[in-house]
Design a protein. Structure first.
Length: 94
């Protein structure tokens, strides 16, 4: 009985800790607008359009040198939470 109760407690604690982990959203599409020197971009996919802010220190950018190199027309995949981009991968440069 005690062993079963301990197992139940561990499972409950694990479930509660995982509930706090936020999963990032993702969009793949083309950049339609670049704002403020690359500090924000708008990405349009088939069914939605998302504008995200890009941090110089918290956003990882692959495929170009920096956020200043992001241009309208580039194909990208963006991982984001809320309006903050965490990762941008440029798949086709213009």
């Amino acid at each position: 009985m005690v062993k079963k109760l301990s197992s139940l407690s561990v499972v409950t604690l694990l479930a509660l800790s995982l509930a706090g982990i936020a999963v990032a959203d993702e969009i793949s599409g083309s950049i339609t607008k670049v704002g403020d020197g690359g500090r924000s971009i708008t990405v349009k996919a088939k069914d939605k359009e998302v504008t995200v802010n890009i941090s110089g220190s918290r956003t990882t950018i692959d495929g170009v040198g920096s956020r200043a190199d992001l241009k309208a027309g580039q194909d990208v995949t963006v991982e984001y939470k809320g309006d903050a981009a965490s990762k941008i991968k440029v798949t086709k440069t213009k």
